[in-house]
Design a protein around this ligand. Structure first.
Ligand code: DP6
Length: 326
């Protein structure tokens, strides 16, 4: 049986950086995100007894050997838990460049998980799907539930899962993704995170997360945009501070990133409610309400060095579709 899933990427408002368990991808802290509707991965999976190996194709580019190995590792996990002995044919495509800080691993492993179980004819709960996706890439678990999602830290594999706090229709926010560099990031998130505990500040950040989680959930509940934005920006800066003080440091910003960060503070002073957040790359996500989308785009277009702007709305979670890729 063939199955195809579409998965959104997600932007973390409270970020995940550092693992308590590398193999299971248990995080050092809980995180919270919004699914993004313009940056998706579509994946078709078919298990077949006639195949003599797994065949993995990225339709809009090339996978490195390391990436293929990681995908096969995920498949092996699914096979071992379901007593499946056949290899699989997989085709996948992104609606955005992978490695550009637009979280292709999140949407990639979410789509792979949902398509693979459907291709096997096995129905899992959403919670179970998030646990499997998490083992492919931590942030992938947050791309499975609808809209605004919390990934609970947990203390073992079953208790570290993601669930929807609010559906995608809950709040008409925008994530204006500003691409300042299309190239692959130099240090992968998996590699970068291994050094987290060399930062003298990681403990402080992790200790502050429960209070920040409570505050951001309250801001979401009250739809208090300024409170939400302040926490988003604060946690982004805290995470990058940890990254930059690791040994060796992990530094993802470039000059345009920094110009945009400074500009956002200036635009706010002029009365435009917009906040930035940045993942493991130089590209900047500008979070605003729908009513301010046009004004934010107009401002960002004036910044030299911006290569592209992708406007994301809150998206539903990963789901099956009938348009197969082969
Ligand atoms: C900075 O989920 O990509 O985007 O579990 O090793 O695959 P692995 O890491 P990954 O890390 C995401 C890091 C981040 C913050 C976030 O999305 O929470």
């Amino acid at each position: 049986m063939k199955a195809t899933a579409i998965a959104p990427s997600n932007i973390a408002f409270i970020k995940y950086w550092g693992k308590a368990d590398e193999a299971l991808r248990l995080p050092l802290n809980g995180s919270l995100s919004m699914n993004l509707d313009a940056t998706n991965t579509v994946t078709t999976v078919e298990f077949s007894p006639v195949l003599s190996r797994d065949e993995v194709t990225l339709l809009d580019g090339d996978f490195s050997d390391k990436e293929i190995e990681r995908i096969i590792k995920s498949l092996n996990l699914i096979r071992s838990k379901t007593n499946t002995y056949s290899f699989a044919r997989i085709a996948t495509k992104n609606t955005f460049p992978k490695g550009a800080g637009a979280a292709a691993s999140a949407s990639g492993f979410a789509a792979l998980t949902v398509a693979a179980f459907a291709a096997l004819g096995i129905t899992l709960s959403e919670k179970e799907l998030t646990v499997f996706a998490r083992m492919g890439s931590g942030s992938a678990c947050r791309s499975i539930p609808d809209g605004f999602v919390e990934w609970k830290k947990g203390n073992d594999s079953d208790s570290s899962y993601a669930y929807s706090l609010h559906p995608s229709t809950y709040w008409d926010l925008r994530d204006v993704l500003v691409i300042v560099d299309y190239r692959m990031k130099k240090i992968s998130t998996t590699e970068g995170q291994t050094g987290v505990k060399t930062s003298p500040f990681w403990r402080d950040r992790v200790a502050g997360i429960p209070a920040k989680m409570a505050a951001i959930k309250a801001a979401l509940k009250a739809k208090n945009f300024r409170a939400l934005g302040r926490i988003i920006e604060e946690d982004c800066l805290n995470m990058h501070h940890v990254m930059q003080t690791q040994n060796p440091p992990v530094y993802y910003w470039n000059d345009v990133t920094k110009t945009i960060m400074d500009s956002v503070v200036g635009w706010r002073k002029q009365g435009l409610p917009v906040y930035f957040t940045i993942d493991a790359g130089p590209n900047v996500h500008l979070v605003c309400e729908a009513k301010d989308e046009a004004a934010v785009i107009e401002k960002v277009q004036t910044v030299a060095g911006v290569e592209n702007i992708i406007v994301n709305r809150p998206a539903q979670g990963t789901h099956l579709i009938q348009d197969h890729l082969f």
